[in-house]
Design a binder for this molecule. Structure first.
Ligand code: GTP
Ligand code: MG
Length: 199
């Protein structure tokens, strides 16, 4: 898919204030600092469309971007950021889960997983929750440029092994680096194919 336009539309906390749910939508979620905003910029080939930061907790709202005027990308706040107060974290969680469960045009969640780490409880619990709630998702491993190929392959194999304990079939997986622009064609290909299913 060629990206002809990518526009910031709105930041919201309330699912009712998001753009009308008339186009296919994909939301990026995962631990703080996993690389959600960076991956969005890489996909649409724009440096600063979604705001990134070396410090976790940068994205704090539901941010909608319109792509080619035909589909939406959504940048969500990260989960598991310890420095945000508990009260604020609970508020985040409430509006993010409401968004995930109520957003009619959300075709697929992109669950980002840091390929540098051993399986994280918070990621596994989040994906289990998606399973319980029948929320479609894929796993997107990030930052594969950061470690040796061997180490990355080991970490990914561990994640799949852990997932295999809870799931009969694994979700589709993607392997990406925003830094080295890896995995872009694969993700855009998935989005192109999934857009066709939107009614
Ligand atoms: P929050 O909005 O705080 O939840 O974070 P986020 O998940 O949106 O992460 P963000 O995209 O802001 O990136 C966090 C840090 O990781 C930044 O310093 C990025 O430059 C870095 N980063 C993101 N993706 C990659 C990647 O593929 N490779 C490398 N080497 N660094 C990356
Ligand atoms: Mg972000």
């Amino acid at each position: 898919m060629e990206i002809k336009s990518a526009k910031f539309l709105i930041s919201s906390t309330d699912v009712a204030k998001c753009p009308a749910p008339l186009k296919p939508e994909y939301a990026f979620i995962g631990r703080s600092n996993v690389g959600k905003s960076s991956l969005i910029n890489m996909l649409v080939d724009r440096k600063d469309l979604a705001k990134t930061s070396g410090k976790p907790g940068k994205t704090q709202l539901i941010n909608h971007f319109g792509i080619n005027d035909t589909w939406y990308l959504v940048d969500l706040p990260g989960y598991g950021y310890a420095k945000v107060s508990k009260e604020k974290r609970d508020t985040f969680q409430a509006y993010i889960s409401e968004y995930i469960l109520e957003r009619k045009n959300l075709l697929c969640l992109m669950v980002l997983i840091d390929s540098r780490l051993e399986p994280q409880k918070i990621d596994l619990e989040f994906m289990d929750w998606c399973g319980e709630k029948n929320v479609p998702f894929v796993m997107v491993f990030t930052k594969i440029d950061k470690l040796s190929k061997k180490k990355i392959a080991d970490n990914i194999a561990h994640y799949k092994e852990e997932m295999g304990k809870h799931w009969d079939a694994l979700p589709e997986c993607f392997y990406t680096s925003a830094e080295k622009k890896l995995g872009r064609e694969e993700l855009l290909g998935f989005i192109t194919a999934t857009n066709k299913l939107f009614k």
